[in-house]
Design a protein around this ligand. Structure first.
Ligand code: BGC
Length: 759
């Protein structure tokens, strides 16, 4: 044995010994002991969170990251997939570093791991908290089976501007619904509180206000009043913290002049002091180095500022590793600042049980048997059916019968790479079916299906390239030829199913748009299909609200299917052939034109509100060229059946501020021919407040199943707590006075009545 090997072996022995010695007793003493042995460099190393591609490659091993680990400069690694590679990295951390501190492995497991669920915006349209929790639970089980202990999800940024591509990753525009979804996701990921090895740490992002980036453009600034922050944007983050989220990711944007990543008010005063968060804060990718672009100092001073603001881990910048020692020498930070952050990283590892067993999430058996299972796929298929929003269904064109000649036309009809939508790092598209394959399986011999691509996504090939369309699967072909083939099939058919819209990466990060109409080539194709006179069903793919005026006017049936994940094809068949009635309802307003943005239902009134029956009046708050109405309002979505809403009843007209409650009841009847789910929504308006109050705010919802002919009375309880808001002093209060209560199938078509909150 040479000297180096001997040295390594003794290091291994020493670190294994220390691991045994360090077995935690679940209290701080373990971390105190560990930290007392750590050098400054080792502490700073724990704050470093690095991305990496595969370690095992065709040409051998990618040793860069492994060398970083050996040097003790890595606390966490993200987006490395697979037990084999993760074990290689963990082995080095545990066996080849002085103290053997395990690495925390993270990934953007956003809407599923290999079993991909619909994109988060779509999931929110199910309004089904149990199903959303289940989707996160399944994602956690699969990810943890493959070595992942930490997910960068949920994204709970409220967004009112559909130009922002990342609206796809959140739960829409409403804070009440957003908060409920945030809680469900945290519960799903963290299960019983990270006790078991199929529970992973959640990370609430992007803290804060990222969905309000100016002009709907990524990484942009946010300038916002505290009133608006607290009443309209903060609720989902806070709900996630209350639900026990283990970590938070700060956002890229600045907030009133101070970037979130260096914002002490945000990361310490609000997050830790007001909300009591005691977990780990990571930056977003490269956010510390990017602070220099915000013009608030050089790398050394921004690193110091980020640390002192309350950042614990530096994702992808390597700024802490490069700068903190110097910042300490220069007196910009103290060793205690580093200790605080290091302790939080170690505590997260401790909560995840990594000190007891660094290999806790590394099991070949689990990886083999618990990922993309039949039962996980069945759940994904089921929830996908709940997310589709039927926007129009003239003459009950849908559901279709499994008979005759079906033309499936459009670039999204026979692809497996586009179905999962944005942010699906672990997806394996080769395992997923295309819509054509699923449909052929579903109808069997009963109908004949022919497929044509019909058009490219857009005429401009360069634009298409920017959306990362997989050229192997979807090459850019000759426009005329594509149209010709499509029209031949369209003319042959009895019915046309058009699969059109955004390619998967036309929404998501760095996919902000100024034009929200269907891309040109597809729009021309759709017009040509409608012109054939054959009935057309538009299955519309999008990761955001889009502008669909022409479609609404000219296409008889439209269903927004978003990006429904790995089981898209089967889920679409379940709905279009009538096995399941569509039940999704919009969680973002669809505008008539981009010029109306930002657009959202829970706006405040103006001094000259538009008269409902007049679309334009001089000197009122309206546009001269278009009404103030959305194309489709928040909460909107049709069903194959019709639901009748009875007049609403209130248990009393008054409610006392001291702990009283009111019951609102309404009977819903399924009057149509299909068993179906309905989502009933309750909104409240505070008629006179100490500050201006929104025209309506969602304050309750229920998703129920009614068989055809069935009726059910449902009730909502209204308490003073539900009427609270942040006043001008940011006190959370409810104010006595008159309120309007609204219940209905969407935010527009509501029954109204009034009640009074008394002192
Ligand atoms: C995104 C985050 C993501 C991170 C790590 C960033 O670009 O903004 O949402 O978690 O990358 O992949």
């Amino acid at each position: 044995m040479n000297r180096k090997t001997l040295w390594n072996v003794s290091l291994i022995l020493l670190s294994s010994f220390m691991l045994v010695q360090c077995t935690p007793k679940g209290n701080d003493k373990f971390i105190d002991d560990l930290m007392s042995q750590m050098t400054l460099q080792e502490k700073i190393g724990q704050l470093n969170l690095l991305p990496t591609g595969p370690i095992t490659t065709a040409s051998g091993q990618n040793t860069d990251i492994l060398d970083d680990i050996r040097r003790g400069e890595v606390g966490g690694i993200f987006n490395l997939k697979g037990v084999r590679d993760i074990r290689i990295a963990q082995d080095i951390a545990v066996k080849e570093t002085r103290l053997g501190i395990p690495i925390l492995f993270a990934m953007d497991v956003i809407h599923g791991y290999e079993t991909i669920f619909p994109i988060p915006l779509a999931l929110s349209c199910s309004w089904d908290m149990a199903a959303i929790e289940k989707s996160a639970r399944i994602a956690a089980c699969e990810a943890s089976a493959d070595g992942i202990a930490w997910t960068f999800s949920p994204m709970v940024d409220i967004c009112k501007d559909a130009r922002w591509g990342r609206v796809a990753e959140g739960a829409g525009e409403d804070p009440f619904l957003g908060a409920a979804i945030a809680k469900a996701m945290i519960k799903g990921y963290q299960g019983e509180g990270l006790k078991n090895n199929n529970e992973i740490m959640a990370c609430v992002k992007h803290f804060a206000l990222y969905g309000a980036s100016e002009s709907g453009r990524d990484y942009n600034m946010v300038d916002m009043s505290p009133n608006r922050m607290y009443n309209e944007y903060f609720l989902p983050y806070q709900a996630a913290i209350e639900a026990g989220a283990g970590s938070v990711m700060s956002s890229f944007n600045d907030i009133n002049g101070i970037p979130a990543t260096a914002n002490k008010w945000l990361l310490t005063d609000v997050l830790r002091k007001q909300w009591g968060f005691n977990g780990l804060v990571t930056t977003d990718h490269s956010a510390i180095v990017e602070l220099t672009n915000h013009s608030i100092g050089n790398l050394e001073s921004v690193s110091a500022r980020a640390l002192q603001a309350g950042t614990d881990m530096d994702m992808g910048s390597r700024a802490f590793v490069a700068q903190l020692e110097k910042a300490l020498k220069d007196g910009k930070i103290t060793e205690n600042d580093i200790d605080i952050a290091c302790r939080r990283v170690l505590e997260a590892k401790q909560k995840l049980g990594l000190f007891e067993d660094p290999y806790r999430f590394l099991s070949d058996e689990r990886a083999e048997s618990e990922i993309y299972t039949e039962s996980n796929r069945a759940e994904a298929r089921k929830i996908a059916t709940e997310t589709f929003v039927l926007l129009k269904n003239e003459n009950q064109l849908l559901p279709l019968q499994r008979k005759g000649k079906i033309a499936l036309i459009g670039p999204l009809g026979n692809t497996r790479t586009q179905m999962q939508g944005t942010w699906a790092v672990a997806a394996v598209p080769s395992k997923y079916s295309t819509i054509l394959e699923a449909m052929q399986r579903n109808v069997g011999e009963r109908a004949t299906i022919r497929y044509a691509k019909g058009s490219n996504f857009m005429y401009d090939e360069k634009f298409e390239e920017r959306t990362w369309v997989n050229k192997g699967e979807l090459p850019h072909l000759d426009d005329e030829q594509l149209l010709k083939e499509a029209l031949e099939i369209a003319n042959w058919s009895d019915i046309i199913i058009a699969t059109l819209g955004e390619p998967a990466e036309l929404s998501g990060e760095s996919s902000c748009r100024t034009n929200l109409e269907m891309p040109d080539a597809q729009h021309d194709l759709l017009q040509a299909l409608v012109k054939t006179g054959k009935p057309v069903v538009l299955l519309h793919f999008s990761g955001r609200p889009t502008v669909m005026n022409w479609e609404q006017k000219n296409v008889p049936a439209i269903m927004n299917v978003w990006f429904a994940g790995s089981e898209t094809g089967d889920a679409i068949c379940d709905v279009i052939f009538g096995d399941v009635s569509p039940s999704g309802k919009l969680t973002t307003t669809f505008p008539q034109t981009v010029g109306q943005l930002p657009m959202y239902y829970n706006h405040r009134n103006t001094s000259r509100p538009q008269d409902k029956d007049k679309w334009f009046e001089k000197f009122r708050s309206n546009y001269i060229d278009v009404t103030n109405d959305p194309l489709y309002p928040f909460g909107y979505g049709l069903s194959y059946t019709t639901f009748d809403y009875s007049p609403m009843k209130l248990s009393a007209n008054e409610l006392n501020i001291k702990n009283d409650s009111l019951i609102a009841s309404i009977t819903i009847s399924n009057k149509g021919e299909y068993d179906a789910d309905e989502i009933i929504q309750m909104y409240i308006r505070d008629i006179a407040g100490s500050i201006t109050r929104p025209v309506q705010e969602l304050k309750g919802f229920q998703r129920i199943h009614l068989k055809k002919g069935e009726s059910r009375e449902i009730t909502f309880t209204i308490t003073p707590e539900l009427l609270k808001f942040y006043n001008n002093d940011l006190d959370f209060v409810c104010e006595p006075g008159e309120f309007e209560l609204m219940i209905g199938p969407n935010s527009r078509d509501v029954e109204r009545c009034k009640f009074i909150l008394t002192e």
